[in-house]
Design a protein around this ligand. Structure first.
Ligand SMILES: NC(=O)c1ccc[n+]([C@@H]2O[C@H](COP(=O)([O-])OP(=O)(O)OC[C@H]3O[C@@H](n4cnc5c(N)ncnc54)[C@H](O)[C@@H]3O)[C@@H](O)[C@H]2O)c1
Ligand SMILES: N[C@@H](CCO)C(=O)O
Length: 348
């Protein structure tokens, strides 16, 4: 059986959930035809750890946040991302640090270092994909490795790969949906009577929110996702700054209650659409949907995206849009794609 060595860059909610699955459920991977071994971990809070024979995941998962890897064999209190990414014996770099909606850093550099040193990259980080996606995919192709990022949109729910693989024979003219778990959860909790700040705190505890939740509430998280979908699926060359964006920060408990009373529900809707002249235009804005609208019933951290197609009309995918384990599954599906690529290369 093939063993893939992983370097986990960022050891927060998502990469810890992946480490737990690797530690607790090895049979899940054996049934996929490979084993996973974590040989390196870096994080601002822990430093870095490189152990070529495989890190004892149960032991590091038990370390409280803020404890240093310094003192462990191969450990340091410094994250040493560049050295670890370039020189550790990893086959696959798993990037799950903070998303920067401004320039995608430091994740863009992490991805580039990995690809340039011949390592595959799987990531849930929207920044590099939305801001540098085509350039990084091209670099990966040139270096004979994969750059996979299913978790950048709707966490583990298959959207990007599903659309590429299964909708490729259709003409897509628009994508529209609820693409942020935190804001959808928050709007639902406000319907239940919570204040905005109370609902955000709950979403943070549940692991849905970004490190800076203003990205979720202010719409910049959805803006990145809409740009990714427009570029991947509608053939646009869009920068996130091209997406006209309004968040839910100005929606008050009163607005939510009034909408409910009149049979409406506020939802943060992201959309990209190809116009008759071929231009792709994209927006993010809150809309009070009628209760019988197909997206009005999407509740909690669940997301949904609807593709407008020529032969099938609307095709809608719905599932978790956030969550630690749910997002770790996106990384697993990316590793499955890397495995297919590696096996294909061996056969060829
Ligand atoms: N949690 C979700 O539901 C979800 C869903 C989809 C995508 N994502 C994306 O996945 C990524 C990880 O999410 P998360 O929930 O694990 O976040 P998190 O905040 O729990 O963890 C991020 C970790 O990265 C570390 N980090 C930040 N900058 C670093 C650096 N320069 N070097 C080393 N470590 C660094 C932090 O210390 C933290 O432990 C984010 O980019 C997020 O946008 C998260
Ligand atoms: N913070 C994001 C994570 C998934 O990208 C959300 O709530 O949807």
């Amino acid at each position: 059986m093939t063993t893939y060595n992983l370097a986990l860059i960022g050891f927060g909610g998502v990469n810890r959930a992946l480490a737990e699955l690797i530690c607790d459920e090895p049979q899940r991977f054996a049934s996929l035809g490979f084993e996973l071994r974590v040989v390196a971990i870096t994080d601002l809070a822990f430093g870095s750890l490189v152990q070529g024979d495989g890190i004892d995941l149960a032991a590091v998962l038990a370390m409280p946040r803020g404890t240093s890897f310094d003192g462990l064999p191969g450990g340091s209190s410094d994250p040493r991302n560049e050295d670890v990414i370039k020189n550790s014996p990893a086959d696959i770099v798993v990037e799950a640090t903070f998303t920067s909606p401004i320039d995608g850093e430091p994740a863009v550099s992490h991805v580039r270092w990995a690809i340039e040193s011949g390592k595959h990259v799987v990531t849930t980080n929207k920044g590099p994909v939305a801001l540098r996606g085509p350039e990084l995919s091209k670099l990966a192709a040139t270096n004979g490795v994969r750059f996979e990022y299913e978790g950048a949109v709707m966490s583990g729910t298959p959207v990007i790969r599903l659309a590429h693989k299964m909708l490729g024979g259709l003409e897509l003219t628009a994508v529209q949906g609820i693409l942020n778990g935190t804001s959808n959860y928050v709007l639902g909790r406000m319907e239940a009577g919570l204040r905005l700040d109370e609902a955000i705190a709950e979403a943070q505890d549940l692991g849905y929110a970004e490190a800076d939740p203003t990205a979720d509430i202010g719409g910049s998280d959805v803006r990145l996702k809409v740009a990714i979908l427009a570029n991947e699926l509608l053939g646009a060359s869009m920068n996130p700054s091209d997406v006209e964006t309004t968040g839910i920060q100005d929606i008050k408990s009163d607005d939510v209650a009034k909408a409910l009373a009149s049979g409406h529900r506020w939802k943060l809707i992201g959309e990209a659409r190809r116009e008759a002249d071929g231009r792709v235009v994209a927006t993010v804005k809150p809309i009070a949907l009628q209760a019988d609208h197909p997206l009005a019933g999407i509740s909690g951290a669940t997301n949904a995206v609807s593709f407008t197609t020529d032969l099938l009309g609307a095709v809608t995918v719905s599932g978790p849009g956030a969550g630690r384990v749910e997002t770790a599954y996106a990384l697993i599906s990316d590793i499955m794609a890397v495995n297919e690529f590696v096996k294909g290369a061996v056969r060829a």
